[in-house]
Design a protein around this ligand. Structure first.
Ligand code: ADQ
Length: 497
């Protein structure tokens, strides 16, 4: 096996680009990048939801970083574009033919209930998800789930092949579709194929547990470009490719397999900074933030957690670190409060129900021990907040606490930073979130070190204004100059080479 050369530090826009880049510049560049063909996006889900049923049902667009970044290219009448994905329902309504929403052509992939269960809930979320997050829950290996994954990937590959024309670029997203690049290349060898993994890629020793590691790596290597959130993810992948399928590292960012060269690199995803920043200055959001502050007590510092209810997010560790600060009297319910907003997710996966119960029991214990009349220690909202309400919480919070045990990137950290237009606020951030690679001015913690995390919360609450401002302004600059538009342009540019 060849020694693995370190992958060169990715030229993230925030480090190399000092001239301001506006969204319009990015849009122009993205369209230019795509000048020779159309963009076909392939993702597990279409960015739409169905409201109403039967004939009166209607598709409406859903929001999300990915669609925000790619909308300008996909909508551009000169080049056009298509989004291939599962519409989110297993029904067979006539609307399952291609349709257009918000200027984007949608190409639905139909899945049966059995496929959704075995491919999505089981193989994707009980095998790949825990394995790729450092096996913090035991991944389960089941041959029939793998078969369902292969079949579902085949279906996405066929749909992408039928949507694509020669010269088009296809950008495949995430862990549900790792076999699609190779399958698609076999169906249509003349396409440019890119793949981006939104979650971490684990170290070789862990990845090697997978009984299907060889076909999975070969699936990914059907791409021309394989992108990851961080450099260590990219290195882990290149190393697994050498170790398990004999790929060769031919340069810092290129591997070779079966006579083909594949670019491998870090493309840290981000958010639409300008949109978050402008929205947070809306007078209605300011009023809502002031009202939150008034209700919890104007003099109290607000610590905030916002997550999907997922065992990777470290909600339990965060609560225990906060409890420790209360127990040791470094913080008290008189001077601070933790607000935890958690949106339920993946309820059909048994592990998630247990984790939810554990977290809720823990919150009960903390409040039971520390609350006084009119002052709870933890406010807990188990629901998804509309964007405006979420922004009001970001604005109201003095300290954002982001403590995943493993996270590909973590957009919540970047969203918080983008809303702090006056330079106030502090971010406590796990070293095991991809976001920590860029947001070096956060208070970085090991989420499993309860004493360290608890001390970091105390430090954030008490941080002096000058230091807090300097840190926040530096983080804002990082997120502003490395936003999601730049992310899309960078990837598409490498793909177009
Ligand atoms: P996620 O694991 O979903 O994404 P994250 O990056 O934090 O994680 O994004 C979550 C999004 O959901 C954010 O935009 C946040 O605002 C929103 N959200 C969370 N809780 C909410 C609530 N209660 N109410 C309303 N909105 C809520 C995966 C990877 C990440 C990677 C992203 C993008 O796991 O590591 O950053 O993809 O690549």
């Amino acid at each position: 096996m060849l020694p693995l050369e370190p992958i060169k530090r990715a030229t993230t826009p925030n480090r190399t680009r000092v001239v301001p880049v506006t969204n319009e510049d990015s849009e122009r560049e993205a369209k230019h990048t795509m000048a020779s063909g159309r963009l076909i996006v392939v993702a597990n889900r279409l960015p739409v939801k169905r409201t109403g049923s039967g004939e009166s049902g209607k598709w409406t667009a859903t929001d999300g970083g990915l669609v925000t970044a790619l909308r300008p290219v996909l909508r551009d009448p000169a080049h056009g574009g298509v989004w291939v994905g599962w519409p989110g329902s297993v029904s067979r309504e006539p609307s399952q033919r291609p349709f257009t929403v918000d200027g984007i052509r949608m190409h639905p992939v139909q899945l049966s209930q059995r496929e959704v269960d075995a491919f999505y809930h089981c193989f994707s979320n009980r095998t790949i998800w825990p394995l790729y997050h450092d096996a913090i829950r035991a991944p389960e290996f089941d041959e029939s789930w793998w078969q369902a994954y292969v079949q579902a990937n085949q279906r996405f590959a066929r749909a992408a092949a039928s949507a694509a024309r020669p010269g088009d670029a296809v950008w495949i997203h995430d862990y549900h579709l790792q076999l699609v690049p190779r399958m698609l290349r076999q169906l249509k060898p003349d396409l440019k194929v890119g793949f981006f993994l939104h979650i971490p890629f684990p170290p070789g020793e862990l990845f090697g547990w997978l009984p299907w590691r060889k076909p999975l790596l070969e699936g990914l290597m059907g791409s021309d470009v394989v992108g990851f959130q961080t450099e260590s993810d990219a290195r882990n992948f290149a190393s697994a490719a050498q170790r398990y399928v004999g790929a060769k590292q031919v340069s810092a960012e290129t591997i070779e397999h079966e006579g083909r060269r594949i670019q491998v690199g870090a493309f840290p995803i981000s958010i639409d900074f300008d949109e978050f920043s402008a929205a947070a200055d809306d007078p209605a959001i300011k009023l809502a933030a002031a009202s939150i502050r008034r209700k919890v007590g104007d003099t109290r510092k607000i610590l905030l957690g916002v997550d999907r209810l997922d065992y990777t997010k470290g909600i339990d560790l965060r609560l225990r670190a906060y409890e420790r600060a209360l127990q040791t009297k470094r913080l008290s319910v008189e001077d601070c409060v933790l607000i935890q907003v958690a949106v339920p997710s993946r309820e059909p996966v048994p592990e998630y129900g247990k984790m939810r119960d554990d977290i809720e029991r823990l919150i009960g214990r903390i409040n039971g021990e520390h609350a006084v009349p009119g002052r709870v220690a933890v406010h807990y909202f188990r629901r998804s907040l509309p964007r405006k309400e979420l922004l009001a919480y970001y604005r109201a919070a003095d300290v954002m606490v982001v403590t995943p045990v493993r996270d590909g990137m973590n957009l919540v950290a970047k969203e918080y930073v983008a809303t702090r237009n006056d330079g106030t606020g502090a971010l406590v951030l796990s070293e095991t979130a991809g976001a920590a690679e860029g947001l070096t001015d956060a208070i970085i913690v090991n989420p499993r070190d309860l004493e360290g995390a608890s001390e970091a919360m105390v430090r954030a609450v008490r941080m002096d204004t000058l230091e807090g401002n300097a840190r926040m302004m530096a983080m804002r600059e990082t997120v502003r100059t490395g936003d999601v538009h730049r992310w899309a342009v960078r990837f598409l540019r490498v793909l177009a080479r």
